[in-house]
Design a protein around this ligand. Structure first.
Ligand code: NAG
Ligand code: NAG
Length: 566
């Protein structure tokens, strides 16, 4: 009886504290302060519902990374032998021990969690703010994004019970802040382009001022003939209610691709309650740009627009996670995925950045080329901002994806001044670019020293044109600029290469970087002029070889064909 009374006492005590007794909490993630651009508004309401996610530690990521490099490195005997969905899942699924320990903790706290990824490494659940504060020794508060007025409930640190260490990777959203409207392209006033001679392969003179599919075809030797392989899919991701408009695509093709059917279109996949409104006024500049320069350049390549809704998110990151888990769950994912969204690396926790980056490695191991725009703020981050140290962008710092910067002009083609580039503070230099980065840093000397992390992964990897792209939005012709133009352009080129490879009975390119930093480098046009100013500096200058403005340079389709052995 004494024991029972003792227990009763214990549970009352626990109730009074709102948490189990004797737990040993360890700080798991924290940030030094409120990120630039946000202000604290006050405590979050205790009964407000939080939608939280948990990531479990993956069982054998080092082996997945080894295999990713093995199948992506041209000199390897296993080059192109991409992994199956089951092989990838087996390497990254959390161990049974992790699953048991996390489930026991959830049960003890009366939490009903739902598995949201195929391998069971992500769970989601809802709890009131008061309970979340207790569970994680957190201080969930309301923060306002000054520029947009957007509010987000976040905490500057959280803890987990010691027994979950090594099993629970992270809780989100906690210390990662959202980045509303991250580097969308700038849409300038409608322009009237000169008529162009689409049959000529010489670069039309109008390409000096405006870029069209014909310009890209001429500058990069992109074929105009139709791709033949139906298994070769190109995915364009869309977020924040950016809709891709079919009537605008038709107008665009009618004007700029008179050699193909103007009815050429794309398919749609949706998740998180995503949709693709066809109301003209809801056409998104970003989504239209991305679709017009994939369907309009990757001639004949089946293109899918993946519209990620906002059921869960209050920023891009849940969307980023959901789209990658969505594709990892497909038996035959698209061979190329292009995304023109991103944010400053310092807004994201290291654990979350790592987790997303590892997800790109999984898709890469499956044979998917993952491309992201590098950002539009030069060395100051995804958008131009005041800063004292350079601001790397995410996910460009992740070593398992391909970051695409921007250029402008023809003969010479030079770096676009907004092209984000630099060095990650989260990810070290991967082997495949060690020589390229060392060469640049030695040529750079002491310029900008102390402003960037010389031991970080350098980005971008590659570049394409990114200034004055003509697009049609709600029936209006306009010009846009940004690395948002560059990522879809490269996606089209890689997809056309994949078409040739598949037709020849070979594997698609998959994770591109080990190829472009080795046998692929000579197939790129080295960009050696221009720079990406920011943070009151001239930024990094483009130089011979790799540089953190244009990467290794811009693609030449014909040379790439040779480099891939066709
Ligand atoms: C277009 O270019 C081709 C090849 O250079 C030339 O033969 C043709 O006359 C040009 N057409 C026009 C309308 O300029
Ligand atoms: C610099 O980059 C390295 C490699 O990723 C990292 O370990 C280190 O923490 C970074 N330094 C700073 C000050 O962020």
């Amino acid at each position: 009886m004494v024991a029972t009374r003792g227990l009763f006492f214990v549970s009352l005590f626990a109730l009074a504290l709102g948490k189990p007794m004797g737990r040993n909490m360890k700080v798991h993630e924290s940030r030094e302060g409120i990120p630039d651009g946000f202000s604290l508004r006050g405590a979050a309401l205790p009964d407000q519902t939080l939608k939280l996610r948990l990531a479990l530690v993956q069982s054998n990521f080092p082996e997945l990374e080894r295999k990713l490099m093995d199948v992506s490195t041209p000199s390897s005997a296993n080059y192109g032998k991409h992994l199956s969905k089951a092989e990838v899942q087996q390497l990254v699924a959390p161990t049974q021990e992790s699953v048991n320990i996390v489930n026991a903790w959830l049960k003890e706290n009366d939490i009903d969690a739902k598995t949201i990824s195929a391998t069971g490494d992500w769970l989601s659940f809802e709890v009131p703010v008061s309970k979340a504060n207790d569970l994680f020794d957190a201080d969930f508060s309301v923060y306002t994004h000054d520029a947009s007025g957007m509010e987000a409930v976040r905490t500057l640190s959280y803890s987990i019970p010691a027994e979950l260490q090594g099993h629970l990777d992270l809780v989100h959203p906690t210390v990662t802040f959202p980045n509303p409207k991250s580097h969308l392209p700038v849409f300038s006033a409608p322009i009237k382009p000169e008529a162009q001679n689409l049959t000529s392969r010489a670069v039309p003179s109008s390409c000096k001022s405006t870029i069209t599919p014909a310009c890209l075809q001429a500058i990069y030797n992109i074929p105009t003939t139709k791709a033949t392989e139906s298994s070769n899919k190109l995915a364009v991701t869309g977020f924040i209610e950016q809709f891709a408009n079919k009537a605008d695509l038709k107008t665009f093709l009618t004007k700029y691709r008179t050699d193909i059917s103007s009815s050429t279109t794309f398919t749609l996949q949706t998740l998180d309650g995503g949709s693709n409104s066809q109301t003209g006024s809801q056409a998104g500049v970003e989504a239209n740009l991305d679709i017009q320069y994939t369907v309009g350049v990757a001639t004949g390549v089946p293109t899918v627009f993946i519209s990620v809704g906002e059921d869960f998110q209050d920023g891009d990151l849940e969307g980023f996670l959901d789209v990658v888990n969505f594709l990892l769950d497909e038996d035959t994912p698209p061979y190329v995925m292009t995304t023109s969204y991103g944010q400053n690396e310092n807004t994201i926790s290291r654990n979350l950045a790592n987790n997303l980056c590892n997800a790109y490695a999984q898709l890469g191991a499956r044979g998917v080329s993952i491309l992201f725009a590098s950002g539009d703020g030069g060395v100051s981050g995804s958008q131009s901002a005041s800063c004292s140290k350079f601001v790397p962008t995410f996910p460009s710092g992740c070593p398992f994806m391909t970051s695409v910067g921007a250029t402008q002009g023809v003969s010479p083609e030079t770096a676009a001044s907004f092209s984000s580039g630099g060095f990650s503070n989260y990810f070290g230099i991967p082997d495949y670019q060690a020589d390229a980065v060392a060469g640049y840093l030695s040529a750079l000397g002491s310029t900008n020293s102390g402003k960037y992390n010389a031991s970080g992964r350098g980005f971008p990897d590659i570049a394409t044109q990114g200034v004055n792209f003509e697009v049609v939005v709600d029936g209006q012709l306009g010009g846009v600029e940004g690395t948002s133009c560059s990522s879809p352009t490269l996606a089209s080129i890689i997809s056309l290469l994949n078409d040739r490879l598949i037709a020849a009975g070979k594997s698609p390119l998959g994770f591109l970087n080990p190829f472009i930093y080795s046998t692929g480098a000579s197939a790129l046009n080295d960009i050696t002029s221009g720079s990406n100013p920011g943070c009151n500096t001239n930024g990094f200058p483009a130089k011979a070889g790799w540089d953190p403005v244009t990467g290794l340079g811009t693609p030449d389709f014909n040379k790439l064909l040779t480099a891939v052995g066709l």
